[in-house]
Design a protein around this ligand. Sequence first.
Ligand code: IPM
Ligand code: MG
Length: 357
Amino acid sequence: MAKTILILPGDGIGPEIVAEARKVLEVVNQRFDLNLTLTEGLVGGAAIDATGVPLPDATLDAARQADAILLGAVGGPKWDQLDTAIRPEKGLLGLRSNLELFANLRPAILYPQLAEASSLKPEIVAGLDILIVRELTGGIYFGKPRGIRTLENGEREGYNTYVYRESEIERIGRVAFEAARKRNGKVCSIDKANVLEVTVLWREVMDRLAKDYPDVQLSHMYVDNAAMQLVRAPKQFDVLVTGNMFGDILSDEAAMLTGSIGMLPSASLDRNNKGMYEPCHGSAPDIAGQGVANPLATILSVAMMLRYSVGAEEAASTIEAAVGKVLDQGLRTRDIASTGATVVSTREMGEAVLAAL
Ligand code: IPM
Ligand code: MG
């Protein structure tokens, strides 16, 4: 059956990296007869400039109708002065919450060719393959009340609310346990249960869930320790499951273990595996428009999309193999280049992946 893919390039390096990923998608669409229709829309700062809002109704409607969404990145200094309610990031958060994309999968896999690019010693990261399962539509990102208020003495106070319901914890927990079953059978749940009640509940629910998955080994870790363990001995982890904000932070950290955040794809799924796919990195305004950004995280996001939302496993693994091939050829964008490597542009990297396909 024909499926529709909505492409949202966004801001900063978004349009550059998405252009390369789109070419890859077009080629596999043909090659594997996937029957995908590609459409494009506006989100983030690009949408603010064109329509005044970061998530126009037309985009949200198209996103609701699409079978999957490929997103570049949003945000940039141009829009930083805007009220948080209408900043580019709201476009992304609005898509996540409106589509109930609660399960964010962020695999951190070290391509053996890039062991040198990691800031950690090769023996610490060699063979690294971890999966961060981040809750994406709750927690402190969405909790109410929130805002900045003026106190009686005239001083201003900022406040947010960190909340999780049992049902929200349970559904993300199940995603983690199921994922662990298909991997190495270990889940480490990350919390701050020594201080925060919301994560005391989180821990309780995870323990309860573990009874349904006797074949999976559950452990718990405080987030500060997890941040340390990720750089001390990252290979102790298989699946990490955590809330929205801790997951945001730990996934950036995990990304660097693999050499560059420019290599990390992500999937954000709803309960039916409809998903939005995006690189873990941001819009990188400092290098936007220079043609130096790494398109591989976005290209690998296309692979995840084909696997999870299109059910085209062969097309997905063909893309992943092509990425491996260009790395074997020694091609590197600036972010993953160690001394002496051939540094290529965003476009050249995209073309190389196409050639390898
Ligand atoms: C991410 C980003 C977003 C987040 C921003 C852009 C709102 O950092 O996807 O990790 O915090 O979730
Ligand atoms: Mg982030």
